[in-house]
Structures are given as C-alpha cells and as structure tokens.
Design a protein around this ligand. Structure first.
Ligand code: PMP
Length: 344
C-alpha cells in the first residue's frame, strides 16, 4: 500500500479551529475560570482570516467573482492581510484602502502579500472624500470586475463568525461557557459568536469591549449617535466613529470602555505572564475583563471566554516598543519597581 503524505493542500485549509487556552497567572485574584480563544493561530495570524475566506467563497458561490477579478476593502490591516492571503491562493488582485493610523509593519506586510495599498488620513470624518471608506468606494466604481468586501456593512461578516467562531466556542467549552468577552470593531466577531451562543443558551452573557474615543458603548445604551464621544485614540481595530450594520447590538448585553494606556500595559503583561504574544486589542480585552471583574460581573462558577483577535508581532513598533510606550507617556505613571525594568 502506498504511504500517504500528510500535508495540507494550501494555507487556507488551516483557517479556523483555533485553540482555547486557559489563562492561569494573569487572572490571579479574579473569581472564575478564564479561557482565551487565540485567533493568532490562524495562518494569517488573526480572526479576520475567517471572514476573508467566508465572504470570498460566498461571492464565488453566487457567481459574483471569477479568476482575475479584484477584491477591494478598507481595513485596519488584519482584514487586508487575510484578503491578500486568500486572493493569492484563489487568483484575485487585492486592493486595500488603509488608515494612516495603521502600523508601518502592517502596511509593509500587506505589500509583502502582493496587495496594492492606498494609505488614507485617519483623523477625517467618514464622509470626507479622503476617508478610507470613500477611497474604497471610488476604487470599486473605477475598477471593472471588482468586489467591495465592505466588512462594516456586510452581514456575511457576522455569518462567518456565526458559522465558525460561535460553534467552536460552544464545542470547546462543552456548552459550559457563561460569559463571552470580545472587542467590537466591525462587530462581526462579537455579534456572530454571540448570536450562535445565545441560540444555544440565552443565559450566556455577552460583554463587549469599546475604546474611549468611540461611539459604540453610548449608542448601545441610548440608540443615539453622539458625535461628542468621538476623539482620536491609539488602539487599532477596536471601537468606531460610525455605527456598523455588522454589529448586532441586541445580542450584546453591555459594553465597557478601556484606555489606550491600560490596554498597552495589559498586552505586555499577558506576554510576560502567560507566554502568549498577542496584540493590542487582546490587551484591551483582558483589561476589560479586569474592569468587569471589579464591577462584580463574575463569580467562582463563571466560565469566561475571551477572544484574543491577533498576534503581538504586528505591534513591534508600537505596544512592544519601549520607545513608543515612552513617547506616548505610558511609562510616566508606572511604579518604581517597574521603572527599574525599563531600558532606555
Ligand atoms: N482586534 C483587531 C486587532 C482587529 O483588527 C479587529 C477588526 N477591526 C477587531 C479586534 C475587532 O473585530 P470585529 O471587527 O470583528 O469587531
């Protein structure tokens, strides 16, 4: 009998089925059990691999996409990387309109994956012609045979997580999950996973993470868009200056806001205590867990699942650079013991 070679046919077969990893040390002093769904284990190192593959394959099924066509998207980086990766394997061109807030590493990575990248100013309103939304729309109009992924306003973004992230968490926890804690950017991850989990057990609490400078928490509470909530902040991929239709506010029980500084320190702390090198929004997610715990959200029977969206290597020139942290003033309030460990 011929020996079989055990190989994946291509990198796309590795998308999804990410591990759930128990957090042991960073959780000291908190009541409950905490498990991280570590999305950096996707081949594109983030949760966005799931939506890139799912949305492109849905378009193929509907006959919208044919080889040689162009995929267009606005992205803080991760979705762009995943779309570029899927485009390579499936034979599409990938054109990305990116916010100037994105790290240099992310933009270089997109170009390394063959994408054509347009860098657009971050601090202009969504309706400004220079915003990455409008640049992408214009490119879509100009390039024949192009598909605009439009993750903020595409229900397929939510469906991707309803069909993969949600069921994986349910299976991995044997249905014993009591709380889901996740960041909201487009809202696809939290909405899709929450919708699936609440259909299985409506008692599961879904706790959202928002950023200071974003409108999501206030909108969830008041159903009104309050532009006073909006101001520039540093965390990429978390929160928003508009209301995405990909966010299902009805399946989210509450939001909490986290700061740039706390989230940065927490991301660094997770790496040092758990050996998990995860990104800025993973820091934001665990920071939110600490704040939710302080507010009495969990008890010793809680099984809390946190989504860690991406890998720390994407933030070497930001959160994981001492120089960047110092420039932001994030070391100004650290205690003496911590200050001794900082190398200048
Ligand atoms: N973290 C990072 C690093 C991201 O890029 C994103 C996506 N913008 C999110 C979290 C939030 O995920 P979602 O868009 O599914 O709400």
């Amino acid at each position: 009998m011929k020996e079989e070679i055990k190989a994946y046919n291509n990198v796309l077969e590795l998308i999804g089925n990410t591990p759930l990893i128990k957090l042991n040390k960073v959780t000291e002093g908190l009541q409950g059990n905490f498990y991280a769904k570590v999305e950096a284990f996707n081949p594109g190192h983030s949760t966005k691999d799931r939506i890139a593959l799912y949305i492109i394959e849905e378009a193929e099924k509907k006959g919208i996409l044919k080889p040689g066509d162009t995929i267009i998207e606005t992205t803080s980086g991760n979705t762009g990387f995943s779309l570029a990766m899927v485009s390579i394997i499936k034979g599409y061109d990938c054109v990305l309109a990116v916010s100037s807030k994105s790290s240099r590493d992310k933009i270089d990575m997109l170009r390394a994956m063959g994408a054509k990248v347009y860098v657009c100013p971050a601090n202009v309103s969504a309706d400004d012609p220079r915003s990455y939304y409008n640049v992408a729309k214009r490119l879509h109009e100009e390039i024949k045979g192009s598909v605009y992924i439009n993750q903020y306003f595409n229900d397929l973004n939510v469906d991707a997580h309803y069909k993969s992230t949600g069921p994986e968490i349910w299976e991995q926890t044997n249905g014993m999950i009591t709380h889901l804690v996740a960041c909201s950017g487009t809202g696809g991850t939290i909405s899709g996973a929450a919708r699936f989990l609440k259909e299985k057990n409506p008692a599961i609490k879904v706790l959202g993470v928002d950023a200071y400078g974003s409108v999501l928490k206030k909108y969830h509470e008041t159903k009104e868009f309050d532009s006073e909530e909006i101001y520039p902040y540093r965390i990429e991929g978390l929160g928003k200056n508009l209301i995405p239709t990909a966010t299902d506010f009805d399946v989210i029980d509450k939001f909490i806001k986290v700061s740039d500084e706390d989230s940065a320190h927490t991301a660094r702390h997770i790496a040092k205590t758990e050996g998990l090198f995860v990104g800025y929004t993973s820091g934001a997610t665990f920071q939110a867990v600490k704040q939710y715990a302080e507010a009495g959200e969990f008890d010793e029977n809680s099984n809390v699942v946190l989504i860690f969206p991406d890998h720390g290597s994407r933030y070497m020139s930001k959160v994981f650079s001492d120089e960047w942290m110092r420039e932001q003033g994030f070391f100004d309030s650290v205690n003496l013991e911590e200050a001794q460990k900082i190398e200048f």
